[in-house]
Write a protein that binds this ligand. Structure first.
Ligand code: GUN
Length: 294
């Protein structure tokens, strides 16, 4: 069976169109949603991500501000940038692009962001609210995956979901979202990680397999159940001399092999990646809507 390719690019564009209508309605009431991104250092991948986020904001009429500083910034300077953004009324969302230079404590910076402006959904308050199933800013990548499942009418209820990876921004919140007693969730969740024994057998249990481990083409075709739903969160650069840039992008899943067995599969690029930005914008617009109540 050839799989249906889940088109994250198309869904993310639909979400952006829906958001633009909400942004226009806010603007009619004198509110322009605003997102500030803080980019520290010269990491090219981070610079690309921040540029994409800023471009996406402009596309739907959200004010975007990028604050760039060199990698030798002091913790005190970064703290003062965050505190300033916390206090600015026209800024509804704040994101500090990771990774940060080694001498800065990333978790400490996350804690300083006002949870009401934490549109990444990384602050422990928002992570905790996600865990107990309360409305909050949810971490954008797993939130985007929930949205893809919903829009493709893939109901996780009663299904075996295997998540590969236990990161704080994908694996753990993904499990928390899927296990909720709620419409679009109710899954039986297994989280596998570097200490898990027998990856192939664990993966074969999955009706829905979500790979977020950062290992290029790690999941092989014979690791997946017939007609499984395969969600690939990985974005890996692998050397490829035939490409102009000298590399190609691939996911954590061997797409060519898994596509033959899966019922649904996300491609890389164009699957989960664009959804992360769409959900960041969703959170930013939601944050701006709260200004209506002030
Ligand atoms: N670095 C990699 N992904 C992300 C993300 O979603 N948000 C932030 N702030 N940094 C990241």
């Amino acid at each position: 069976m050839a799989a249906t390719i889940i088109n994250g690019k198309k869904v993310s564009n639909e979400i952006k169109e829906e958001l633009k209508i909400k942004v226009d309605a806010l603007k009619a009431k004198g509110i322009t949603p605003g997102l500030a991104a803080v980019l520290i250092g010269e990491d090219p991948a981070s610079a690309t991500y921040v540029r994409s986020k800023a471009k996406a904001c402009e596309k739907i009429g959200v004010y975007s501000e990028v604050i760039r500083r060199s990698a030798d910034i002091t913790a005190e300077e970064l703290i003062s940038i965050i505190e300033d953004l916390n206090g600015r009324e026209e800024i509804d969302g704040i994101l500090v692009q990771s990774p940060l230079p080694k001498h800065i404590d990333e978790q400490a910076m996350t804690l300083l962001i006002d949870p009401k402006k934490d549109v990444d959904g990384f602050h422990p308050f928002n992570v905790g609210m996600t865990l107990i199933g309360q409305p909050t800013f949810q971490s954008c990548t797993p939130y985007g995956i929930m949205e893809l499942l919903r829009r493709y009418e893939i109901d996780p209820s009663g299904k075996e979901v295997v998540i590969l990876g236990r990161s704080n921004i994908v694996g753990k919140p993904m499990g928390a979202m899927l296990v909720q007693k709620a419409k679009g969730a109710n899954a039986t969740v297994t989280t596998a990680h570097s200490r898990t024994k027998g990856f192939p057998e664990v993966c074969r249990r999955a009706d829905i397999l979500i790979a977020a481990i950062g290992q290029p083409e790690f999941v092989k075709g014979d690791w997946i159940k017939d007609a499984a739903v395969v969600i690939d969160v990985g974005i890996n650069r692998v050397e490829d001399a035939s490409k102009e840039k000298g590399y190609r992008l691939c996911g954590d899943v061997d797409f060519a092999e898994c596509e033959k067995k899966a019922s649904f599969i996300t491609p890389v690029p164009g699957g989960v990646g664009p959804m992360t930005i769409a959900m960041l914008l969703t959170n930013t617009v939601k944050s701006a809507q709260r200004r209506l109540l002030l």
